[in-house]
Design a protein around this ligand. Structure first.
Ligand code: GLN
Length: 488
């Protein structure tokens, strides 16, 4: 088996048996990047020297007989909206093209402390706004399964990097589906943890009440290891939950007898591709055979999630993005007549079309006279959606749905139709509004393209999701499918 088709836990075994060194793994990753990056274009910044230095440190530790954690020496790619001290962090926006942060995001710092090796910063939709990575201010990323298709978004680069073997695991962020949908399109496992589970300190804010950092991995075991590293209380983030997280590997149990799974009928409605539904139904059948109790249920306010999300997310974005004014950092036009001209032209040149659209939408819904009619109403709808989930979880351990209504679509197919693009997230958005955890796991192919199955759980019940996902994985072949770059 090719080295980079291996999971982190397989590589870890090789490392501790001294069959391979961290430096050799890193070298293999950069060979792979040289081979495929021209085609896939997952990265905005490659951090080779940094990675090689870190890998050498890990090798020294192992040689000295020091104990190392399960992810030591494992190559990780990081979405370019997480601050990395001394390493350019752009959010795929021209307005931050030259921004070098003076500090590191907590999630990344925790990976550093676990001796992981960051290999580069990945492409994304500008400020995480989008579902295809086509809104990047710099370049497109291509789906490793079919280069004419999008990898999904907004964390498209992070998903594509893992699927293409350019990294073994990666980090993304999910505000309305940006980890789960690209995981689904690229055939990898992706998880949005409970809001507050992973610190947002150093994550460039899009919509602060919805944003959450989470991992992409090749399998469920790696996901548990990644959660162990990145979850935890952080006094630097006032919304970080002060809870004791369990050892997530304890939930890697191949047994779901008696687990109750609800399938909300609103998530299997007409807008979902019938072939995607088939794969989901096959997975349901499998889970039933394995001893889960599965039945249809209803989350009646689902239809209102999309409009509520686009009011809340844009309102928060309009406020968060006010800080990019050319004064403190990032792009500044040089020939401004006065300070107002400088603000206006720096923002106008620095932000892309979608970001501007959202700032306008958000500013409008927060303005006097419209606040009550739009923003406040959206907050009330958010509560109803949360209550739908609370009620469902009185009866079910887990809710199950497709992650995305379709498989990866063609590059260019939706860029001129923002509404169509927004609908990509019908199945993922309610989860962010409710703050609960959800993961996407591959559950088969449709026309050679991966389909993702979404599992949703109660707040801080990541373990239950891992258990169901692990059981499905151990009894099927889906997470072992890998793309041949450039060919179906
Ligand atoms: N596609 C959604 C949006 O554009 C979700 C993005 C995300 O999760 N960051 O807002």
């Amino acid at each position: 088996m090719d080295l980079l088709q291996r999971t982190a836990h397989q590589l870890h075994e090789m490392l501790v048996k001294k069959e391979i060194s961290a430096s050799e793994i890193t070298a293999a990753v950069y060979r792979r990047i040289e081979e495929v990056e021209d085609k896939v274009k997952s990265f905005l910044t490659i951090t080779r020297e940094h990675a090689e230095a870190r890998a050498r440190q890990v090798d020294k530790k192992i040689a000295a007989g020091e104990p190392v954690g399960p992810l030591a020496g494992i190559p990780v790619a990081v979405k370019d909206n997480m601050c990395t001290e001394g390493i350019r962090t752009t959010c795929a926006s021209k307005i931050l093209y030259n921004f070098v942060p003076p500090y590191t995001a907590t999630a990344v710092a925790r990976m550093n402390a676990a001796d992981m090796v960051m290999v580069g910063k990945t492409n994304m939709d500008e400020f995480a706004m989008g579902s295809s990575t086509e809104n990047s201010g710099f370049h497109l990323t291509h789906n490793p399964w079919d280069l004419e298709r999008v990898p999904g978004g907004s964390s498209g680069g992070s998903a594509a990097a893992v699927a293409a073997g350019e990294a073994v695991v990666s980090l993304g962020s999910d505000t309305g589906g940006s980890i789960r949908q690209p995981a689904s399109f690229c055939g990898v496992v992706g998880m949005k943890p409970t809001y507050g589970g992973v610190s947002r300190y150093g994550l460039v804010a899009y919509a602060s009440s919805l944003d959450q950092i989470g991992p992409f991995t090749k399998d469920v075991t790696d996901m548990a290891h990644m959660l162990n590293v990145i979850c935890g209380h952080d006094p630097m983030d006032s919304t970080s939950a002060n809870v004791q997280h369990p050892d997530f590997t304890k939930f890697l149990i191949n047994d779901i007898k008696g687990i109750k799974i609800g399938v909300p009928r609103e998530y299997m409605a007409d807008g979902i591709d019938p072939l995607v539904k088939e794969r989901i139904k096959e997975a349901i059948k499998k889970l039933t055979e394995l001893g889960a109790y599965v039945e249809e249920t209803s989350l009646p306010h689902t239809d209102y999630a999309m409009p509520a999300y686009y009011l809340i997310a844009t309102a928060e974005a309009s406020s968060n993005l006010a800080r990019y004014d050319g004064v403190r950092y990032g792009l500044r036009v040089e020939d401004a007549r006065d300070v107002v001209d400088m603000f206006m032209r720096s923002r106008s040149q620095g932000f892309g079309e979608e970001v501007k659209r959202r700032i306008m939408l958000g500013t409008y819904s927060l303005s006097a006279g419209y606040y009550d009619a739009y923003y406040l109403k959206a907050l009330k709808v958010r509560t109803l959606i949360k209550q739908d989930f609370d009620k469902a979880f009185e009866k079910y351990d887990v809710l199950l749905s497709p992650t995305s209504p379709s498989t990866a679509f063609k590059i260019g197919e939706m860029v001129h139709d923002p509404m169509q693009m927004y609908l990509q997230d019908v199945c993922t958005i309610p989860v962010n509004l409710a703050g609960i955890p959800a993961l996407s796991i591959p559950c088969g192919l449709v026309n050679h393209l991966p389909v993702g199955l979404q599992l949703m759980g109660k707040a801080f019940a990541e373990g239950t999701l891992l258990r169901v996902a692990y059981t499905l994985e151990q009894n099927t072949e889906f997470t072992r499918l890998q793309p041949v770059i450039g060919g179906a």
